[in-house]
Ligand binder design. Structure first.
Ligand SMILES: Cc1cc2nc3c(=O)[nH]c(=O)nc-3n(C[C@H](O)[C@H](O)[C@H](O)COP(=O)(O)OP(=O)(O)OC[C@H]3O[C@@H](n4cnc5c(N)ncnc54)[C@H](O)[C@@H]3O)c2cc1C
Length: 503
């Protein structure tokens, strides 16, 4: 089954999967009157909303110190209909929303709503991440996505700037990533380096002597080879990027809804495969949203749904039966689950200075500078056996003392005297199947798309993934960068996409 393309027929919505011809016909059939009426209705709602805000402001001025208002804001409520409902308003959700609007043409104007259950983002991976971007992957598609990510960040004001709005400063630190390898893994590092160079990434290999010369604070004992990103690598502020995507998308007409997606209404249709086997295809008709302080749920009629629920994406997929069913159909789960990762912030006044890159040790421990003044953040992914309980975001401080610190102090001897100042934990949106993003439509649920499972590299890939998914939805295929290897189908047919550089 091929990727889908979105189109409408009359006032009802339909999805023509991978069929540009049917897509075009459907557009011709669309009633112009219905469409104009819908637009007018939208304008009218906007006007009412603006007037409400003005009246509320006046009421507040009349009753200073009081929060009372005769009108409840309806801003956060979902609309009754939307073309695209995006579940989860982290970096992926807002990037998809932005790109769907950006790539629309006059003939394909989509009404897009992003549903987010926690606008404070207290548990979202995006704002709890380390903010890193690198090209040092082994898979060409991952390298390309991050190269585009770097270009997007560099030109972020062109992409996400808003007329008369403040300039966006994502605080990019172009200090590079530095991967260190032991004798055992040097060959792999060199192979990865070759792929990275072929893909246009500016990476250099350093011998232990060259490494010592460039970074005298590193202990090169047991380092056989290093690779160092010369351009487009470093870290930035995830909050600023998230907010910039969100503001820009809102300015383009994307709606936001404060609520939790709790289910879907869908229809099932039986089909016969070429081999004569019967399969059930599903199509989501409505997204069921629970809004805050309300016992009732709201139903949003939709044409397509995008699952960008991060570490909770598998729960959203289950709502349409993915992970439950007979063998050969829906029994294959979306293999994404939360995995807790700690980030420790420490101080070391004599530590590495301005040229300090994001160093990934051969042991898996990592650290980078955090601002100036001898502050750093660092951590390490646990082994499968050490994976901590994910029911809360409590930090295990012993993990740093016992596992991470000894490795950091071995690599940077001055870190013997570091002092931990604070720490936090966040969830990796961990793909247990192959630790790579799952991007694209589900083969059986015809109008459900995914952008999840990025396992620690989703932030930097968000611009490219949003663009790719929007291309898929508008054109029925990837245009700029072929991301079809990340399709859900690979999980069903058990063909992992391997990436050697997962941190
Ligand atoms: C400690 C740590 C360090 C990291 N470091 C990096 C890094 O250096 N570089 C990098 O590129 N990536 C990094 N990552 C990974 C990156 O943060 C994620 O891959 C990325 O943020 C995923 O974005 P997202 O929008 O899919 O998920 P999230 O940001 O988690 O957003 C998902 C949203 O969906 C909402 N949601 C879930 N279910 C529902 C529902 N049913 N209804 C409504 N809303 C729902 C949630 O409330 C959440 O806000 C790191 C992650 C962690 C935890």
């Amino acid at each position: 089954m091929s990727a889908g393309r979105l189109c409408r027929k009359g006032s009802c919505l339909l999805l023509a999967r991978g069929d540009p011809v049917l897509g075009a016909t459907a557009w011709k059939h669309k009633s112009f009157k219905t469409y104009t009426a819908a637009l007018k209705q939208e304008d009218f709602s906007k006007l009412i909303s603006t007037e409400m805000v003005k009246i509320q402001k006046k009421a507040k001025e009349a009753l200073p110190g009081s929060d009372w208002s005769p009108f409840k804001s309806m801003d956060h409520l979902p609309p009754e209909h939307a073309d695209v409902v995006i579940v989860g308003g982290g970096i992926m959700g807002w990037s998809v929303a932005y790109w769907v609007k950006k790539l629309q043409t006059q003939r394909t104007t989509f009404k897009v709503v992003v549903v987010e259950r926690d606008p404070s983002y207290s548990h979202a991976s995006t704002v709890l991440s380390a903010g890193g971007i690198r090209q040092q992957f082994s898979r060409p598609e991952n390298i390309q996505m991050s190269l585009f990510g770097a270009d997007f960040l560099r030109n972020v004001n062109d992409y996400l700037g808003i007329e008369n709005g403040d300039r966006i400063d994502i605080q990019f630190n172009p200090s590079g990533y530095l991967f260190l390898s032991s004798e055992k893994s040097a060959e792999i590092l060199e192979e990865n380096y070759r792929v990275q160079r072929e893909q246009g990434a500016k990476v250099a290999l350093l011998s232990p002597d060259q490494l010592k010369k460039k970074f005298p604070w590193i202990n090169i004992q047991d380092v056989a080879l290093a690779s160092y990103g010369l351009e487009n690598e470093g870290w930035f502020d995830p909050w600023t990027l998230l907010n910039a995507f969100r503001q820009k998308a809102l300015s383009m007409g994307v709606l936001h809804c404060h609520g939790e997606v709790v289910g879907f209404d869908y229809v099932t249709r039986e089909m016969l495969t070429a081999e004569g086997d019967s399969i059930n295809l599903k199509r989501i008709k409505q997204v069921i949203v629970q809004t805050q302080n309300s016992l009732e749920t709201q139903h949003v009629e939709c044409m397509a749904v995008v699952n960008t629920a991060g570490a909770w994406s598998s729960k959203v997929a289950e709502m349409v039966g993915i992970g439950h069913g007979n063998p050969g159909t829906y029994e294959v789960k979306l293999p994404v689950e939360p995995r807790k990762r700690y980030v420790y912030m420490f101080h070391c006044p004599n530590g590495p200075g301005l040229d300090c890159p994001l160093l990934i040790d051969s042991s898996g421990a990592y650290f980078r500078r955090e601002g100036l003044g001898g502050n750093y953040i660092g951590g390490m992914s646990p082994t499968e056996e050490e994976e901590p309980d994910t029911s809360n975001l409590d930090v295990d401080h012993n993990y740093f003392q016992e596992k991470v610190w000894p490795l950091l102090a071995h690599r940077v001897p001055v870190f013997e005297s570091l002092k931990v100042k604070s720490a936090w934990a966040g969830y990796y949106d961990y793909n247990t199947f192959d630790q790579n993003g799952i991007i694209g439509a589900h083969p059986l649920v015809q109008n459900l798309y995914f952008a999840c499972g990025f396992s620690g590299h989703g932030l930097q890939q968000a611009p490219a993934v949003g663009r790719g998914l929007a291309e898929l939805m508008h054109e029925g295929r990837f245009i700029t960068l072929n991301l079809s290897c990340f399709d859900f189908k690979r999980v069903i047919i058990q063909q992992p996409v391997l990436e050697r550089n997962i941190v």
